[in-house]
Ligand binder design. Sequence first.
Ligand SMILES: [Mn+2]
Length: 317
Amino acid sequence: MRVRVFYHDRCFDGACSAALFSNFVSRSLAPGARIAHTGLFHRADHLFDESLFDSDENAIVDFKYSPCDRVTWWFDHHQSAFLSAADAEHFRRDTSGRKFYDAGYKSCTKFIAAILGEKFGFDSSHLKRLIHWADIIDGAQYASARDAIEMPHAAMKLTLIFESAEKNVTGAVIPLLETESFEDIVGRPEYSAVFDELFERHMQSIDVIRERAERRGGVVWFDLIDTQLTGYNKFVPYYLFPESTYTVSVLDGGFRAKISVGSNPWAASEPRRNLADLCESYGGGGHPRVGAISYGPNEFERARATAAEIVSTLAAE
Ligand SMILES: [Mn+2]
C-alpha cells in the first residue's frame, strides 16, 4: 500500500502532524505501507496539484480542505480551513469518518493525537514530547517574548530551521521526528551548522525590524520588501515593542508577496479583532490571533496598499 501525507510546509506543527500521522499509519493503519510526504504552501494561485493525490491513501494534515475524492484523510485546526462555502458543505456531508476539524485546538498535532486515541484506539504517548511542543509552538505559548527570541529549547531551534533555512529540510526531518529527540536532530552536524547561521541572521533581523518599524496606535508596522529578509520570527516586534497589540508587515517571500498580521501573545488585554476574519476579507486566512495574505510574486504595491488598510483598521481599535 502507498500512503501520501500532505502537510503544512515549513511549519513546526505541520511537520509534527505529518510525523504523528505517519507513525499511526506504520504502527496501526497499514504496517509496511510505503509513506511519502509532500509539503503544501499557502499561495495566491492553486493550492493543490491534484495529480499528487496518487496513492491508496492521501492524507492532508494542518492544511486546508480539499473536496477531491482521492483525499481519504483530513485533519485541520485553522479557522480558515475551507476555501469556499461549497468546500465546507462538502466536508459537512462527508461520511468517511476520516475527516476531522476543530478550530478549538492550538495545534493540529494535539488534535490528531486526540482523534486517533478516541476513534482509532491509537496510543501516541511515545510521541508526547512532539505533541507537547507542537502545542507550545503553534499556540505561541512561550513564557515571554525574550524566551521566544532566544530559542533556548531544541524544538524552537528546529522551528527556526523549518521556517527559514534556505534549503527546505522539513520533509527530510519528518521521519526523524518519529524516533529522535529534538536535541539529537538539531545536534546533527548538517542541522547545527544551519541553525548557527540562521540564528546569526535572526539576530540581525532584530536590528532591521527595529530600524524599519513604525508605530500607529497599538500597531507596529514594517515593510521588508526591499531587504534580504524573506521571513522573520513573529515575536520580534513584541520583544522590541512590548506595549504593542498588533503587528502588520509585508515582505518578498519569493513565490508570493506576503502580508503578515499578528497579535501580541503577552498583550495586557486580549486583542479584540479576529485576524483570520480580517485576512479572509483580503483572500488570506489563519487563526484568530495570527493571519496572513499571499499575493502574486510581484504584487508588492498591492500588498503595501492592503497592509496600509489593515494598519488603519487595527490602529482604530
Ligand atoms: Mn497548525
